[in-house]
Design a protein around this ligand. Sequence first.
Ligand code: ADP
Ligand code: MG
Length: 412
Amino acid sequence: MPFSSLGLSPALLRAVSTKAYAAPTPIQTLAIPPVLQGRDVLGSAQTGSGKTLAFALPLLQQLEQSTLYSPRRVLALILVPTRELAAQVGDEIRSLATLLPQAMKVTTVFGGVSINPQMMGLRSGTDIMVATPGRLLDLVDHNALTLSDVKTLVLDEADRLLDLGFAEEIERILALLPAQRQNLFFSATFPQSVQALANTLLRDPVRVDVLPNPQDAPDIQQRAIAVDPSRRTQLLRHLIQDNAWSRVLVFVATKHAAEIVADKLRKADIHAEPFHGVLSQGKRNQVLMDFKASRVTVVIATDLAARGIDIAQLPVVVNYDLPRSAVDYTHRIGRTGRAGESGLAVNFVSAETETHFHLIEKRHGLALPLEHVPGFEPTETEVTPSPGNGGIKGKRPSKKDKLRAAAARGTP
Ligand code: ADP
Ligand code: MG
């Protein structure tokens, strides 16, 4: 089915044609028509399946007709969980908006950078705002914008935005929006709990689920390698060198681990950089830019990098520490095998984490053979606490656990 059968305007079709996409992806085909009709949509489709354009194209079309101009007003609000994703989504929409005949303003705001230029930029309002929740509220508190004219609210990576970590911020934002609005929620995953909450926020939603069918499911080969926790860095180094991997995204459980592993790889002459929330925004941008430009071979990241980020030709993802949940697993490995490319996801599994890994496998209907790499055969068989092996559910409090504990104590 071509883009032209979805009800998009001629101007928008011309803009899309510059991208040289052969056809809309399944989520685009199914979601664009109801969004154009003004319906609320809950859209779920696997990672890398083109969800951004599924909401961005109809949004742009609706705004083509907008005539409301007032200072500080925002017509469409797109919320995303990380700064990098805000930048990426903002850039993707802007690249299309600039091709449209009438001027349309796309503004991206996120924290970690000076707020003043963002405030100045909002004086004349904006058509589309892409924002992380925290900075959006800072701007509201500075009277830099008003949310009372928002016609459409988009939550990208909606399940992440609706989970406990963002609950307070999202609640405040929702209270500032007009009750009459269109709501578009998109994510690769919608755990039951989040779906129930989503349903209370959506009005008679159209549910669009693109189930991964074998033909268009991302082509990601998954492997599990048994290794003692203390030997993981050496194994990682061995795999990178032995396979001549040129671009690898490695997930670890903590910022500290990201620093340590990156440091050790650098000492072995592998160009590795850590990526986590304590780094300055400038540094975070630099690392991603260098990674995309092949100036950095390995990025050692926390789950901060698990959501939404689109890196073309990222052939390998390694779970050095296993993700906490089956949902996190989906998002992490979904950084590879994007837009029809193939990818490889490697999991390091130890005696201690094997049970947890089997749970993740079970949720995904997997049963991967536990491989041994010559020279790295595991020797540990008993479950012994290992301080370097955090991130396992039940072993270490997560941000959510901490929030729950704080809520129980009655402190923020
Ligand atoms: P998701 O949000 O579902 O993870 P993205 O919207 O980030 O996926 O898109 C993933 C990649 O697919 C991007 O590089 C994007 O440019 C590309 N893409 C989007 N739509 C199409 C299409 N119709 N055909 C081919 N590639 C597409
Ligand atoms: Mg996305």
